[in-house]
Design a protein around this ligand. Structure first.
Ligand code: GLA
Length: 722
């Protein structure tokens, strides 16, 4: 579908991806059951309270505008007090009560934490850590993902719950488990070891192929019989474990939990047509969410502000994680399953949210594609490890600022029904691959300072601070929807991804590659012939050697006027010896000092203009940039925004300079564009668009100032469809 937007801020024709079938089965189906409204509510744990409290809960939910609660997530111990004895009475009563109150239910299959009786009876089902210590029960999610007893009990419970409630009219979706891998992302027990071997036997034709992939000629590690193969039980403080073994174990561990999800989701789908999900945790290192997201009817995510990031850092993190979640959902609307109304309980220091922060946070998620904003949790707990976690209904009750803000947010979200189902079209993608993340953070590398998230976070943030929106994309996926693909760090790169990125650039796209990318293949073997092996031809550079910088060291750069008007800049973290550059490569910065004076630090390969993707959006000539050091923020910002501008990509709206603390995002459908403007800053921001602010219902005149702390959602009609 092609639409031609009008008004300032959007300059080019866009093509929206057609995800209608997936959307209809998942988030669309949920929204329909919610009467077209944005989902609002949270985790509800009624079992923590006397039944006499429940009618008040439902009445207050109605007052706040709650339309969806997640029920039963940690209820296994109450639902199955003994082996195979199910007690559903309390759950029947609360679901009926919620239904009478018009509140829909996201019903969990309660598999997240087995009861003490189960773990006591099957101690072999408890997780074993890398040092061989077996976990006890009394916390949560302490089971071994490969445990046959756990899997059988979780399956039986899932069947019992779904059989009982599949046709209850209050139930509108299924919540499998909870935050898979939060506390048990890998287990090193003997059962896991056997499962790991089975996984390896599927991956490799035979032991010899596995030996080759693991490079076991090194350090006398060759295996001659499958039973010899174990998880990497050697902790790094003893010696370095085989890196490919560690990498495969990370792959196995993500897949093993995904198998648990698949099995439970299949049981549900056999019995119910309702959408099935499990809640993700954003950039959670140990789960390959590209694989996981393919198994979701709708993608849902949990996000919490991290106080140690500082206010601006945490606000950026929110935007970045929302961008990831939208990307995992293939740019279709997604569900914010959890965030917090105020403080959490699990950080060393847990600040509350200032007045207005919760509203800005929730609406930012919606602006970045969420069609629901749910919280952990409805009523603040009185006992247990999370009693200091904020909730929609605080300990102090309804006569509180927090409660009033929650009710106001309910009203805000009701005014945004029109936004549901609309999409975001983004021209910039950040290539991101969990396997590269696992690979780059293995031990015995050139520098501990080179990790995955520092680079990804920095590049995303610098662009976000200038008003650009980025998607994330798996490097093997079709890139044709984008004009710019950023590769801040892709240490491990498949042959397919390397060819994909090269085709994108030679076809007219712009690629920007950061150092220590494209170094190894899928087995963590160095790509020989000069670094970065996967991108040598694309970038037209050949690097001979690395020299990472010490923590307090910098390197001076001489910068060409084509890149910046400032002739000197600073690098940190990394330098390398680029010996040769191809004839079409322009050297835009060189090292002045440290180990490689005079050698290139920033290069740019130009490609001739590629064929237009469609007749209306002529493509610019392609380009492939390489950054051989960590550039200071000013220069990196200049480089990234310059590369975007050259590729015809602009900030979300036209502002003379992007104000500090201002965030803006656009969603649209075939008739309407919704501009979400969120002002976390201290100065008013004039917004260059016209339309109606859905939050107030008032007209929005060109240049109306959005005051500090405020949010506007300006709806403007588009001319379309063309
Ligand atoms: C996670 C879990 C919830 C709760 C919250 C607290 O997101 O899913 O059960 O523990 O953290 O922030």
């Amino acid at each position: 579908m092609t639409v031609t937007p009008t008004g300032p801020g959007l300059r080019h024709t866009i093509t929206l991806p057609d995800r209608s079938e997936h959307y209809a089965r998942g988030m669309g189906a949920l929204t329909e059951r919610l009467g077209g409204r944005v989902a609002f509510g949270g985790d509800y744990n009624p079992e923590q309270w006397p039944e006499s409290v429940w009618p008040e809960d439902v009445a207050l939910m109605r007052q706040a505008g709650v339309n969806l609660v997640s029920l039963g997530i940690f209820s296994w111990a109450l639902l199955e007090p003994g082996p195979g004895q199910y007690e559903f009475g309390w759950l029947d009563r609360i679901i009926d009560l919620l239904h009478e109150g018009g509140i829909a239910v996201d019903l969990a299959n309660a598999s997240a934490t087995p009861p003490p009786w189960f773990s006591h009876r099957y101690p072999q089902s408890l997780l074993v850590d890398q040092n061989g210590g077996r976990r006890s029960y009394g916390g949560r999610q302490g089971f071994c993902p490969s445990s046959p007893e756990y899997r059988a009990a979780a399956a039986a419970l899932t069947r019992a719950i779904v059989d009982r409630y599949a046709s209850h009219p209050a139930v509108v979706m299924w919540h499998v488990h909870n935050e898979y891998g939060n506390h048990n992302w890998s287990c090193y027990c003997d059962i896991s070891a056997a499962a790991f071997r089975t996984w390896l036997q599927r991956r490799y034709a035979d032991l010899s192929e596995m030996n080759d992939a693991w490079g076991t000629t090194f350090w006398s590690q060759r295996y001659y019989d499958w039973p010899e193969v174990l998880p990497p039980r050697t902790p790094a403080y003893q010696t370095f474990a085989n890196p490919a073994q560690q990498l495969d174990f990370a792959r196995f561990s993500s897949d093993e939990l995904l198998d648990c999800y698949r099995a439970e989701a299949a049981l549900i789908r056999d019995r119910s047509p309702l959408p099935v999900t499990t809640n993700f945790m954003g950039f959670w290192k140990w789960m390959d969410y590209w694989r996981w997201s393919q198994e979701m009817d709708l993608v849902s995510n949990d996000h919490y502000r991290i106080a140690a990031m500082g206010s601006a850092g945490a606000t950026h993190d929110l935007a970045m994680v929302a961008d990831l979640t939208r990307s995992l959902a293939d740019d279709a609307p997604w569900l914010l399953m959890e965030h917090s109304t105020s403080a959490v309980n699990w950080q060393p220091r847990n600040p509350a949210k200032a007045a207005g922060q919760m509203r800005r946070d929730s609406l930012t998620h919606v602006g970045r594609g969420a069609d629901g904003a749910l919280f952990f949790q409805w009523r603040a707990s009185r006992a247990g490890a999370e009693k200091y976690h904020s909730a929609m209904l605080p300990h102090a009750g309804t006569g509180t600022q927090r409660w009033r803000e929650v009710c106001d947010l309910g009203t805000d979200l009701q005014s945004l029904s029109a936004v549901t189902g609309s999409r975001t079209k983004v021209d910039i993608a950040i290539a991101f691959d969990w396997h590269a993340w696992w690979g780059v953070e293995l031990d015995s590398h050139p520098s501990v300072a080179v990790d995955q998230m520092t680079a990804v976070r920095r590049w995303h943030r610098l662009l976000w601070e200038q008003g650009y929106t980025c998607d994330f994309v798996h490097p093997d996926r079709d890139l044709s929807a984008y004009r710019v693909v950023l590769v801040p760090g892709l240490y491990l790169c498949t042959d397919g991804a390397a060819a994909n990125l090269a085709a994108f650039a030679t076809g007219g796209g712009t690629v920007v590659v950061g150092y220590f990318s494209g170094i190894v293949d899928v087995d963590d073997h160095i790509r020989l012939g000069g670094y970065p092996g996967a991108f040598r031809d694309l970038l037209g550079v050949r690097s001979e050697e690395f020299s990472p910088l010490l923590a307090d060291e910098g390197v001076t750069l001489e910068v060409a006027s084509d890149l910046s008007a400032t002739p000197r800049a600073a690098g940190s973290t990394w330098t390398e010896l680029i010996g040769e550059v191809a004839p079409d490569v322009q050297v835009l910065a060189t090292f002045v000092d440290r180990v490689y004076p005079g050698r290139p630090a920033v290069t740019r390969m130009a490609f001739p203009a590629g064929p237009a993707a469609d007749s209306e959006s002529a493509r610019t000539a392609g380009a492939a940039w390489y950054l051989a050091t960590e550039l200071n923020s000013e220069l990196l910002t200049e480089l990234l925004t310059g590369a975007c501008e050259a590729a015809g990509v602009s900030p979300v709206i036209d502002l003379p300079t992007w104000p500090i603390g201002f965030d803006a995002m656009v969603r649209q459908d075939d008739r309407t564009r919704y501009l979400f403007a969120v002002n976390h800053g201290t100065a008013g921001v004039p917004i260059p668009c016209t339309g109606t602010d859905l939050l107030t219902g008032k007209a929005w005149a060109e240049g109306t100032v959005l005051p500090p702390g405020q949010v506007a959602v300006v709806s403007s009609p588009l001319i379309g469809p063309a």
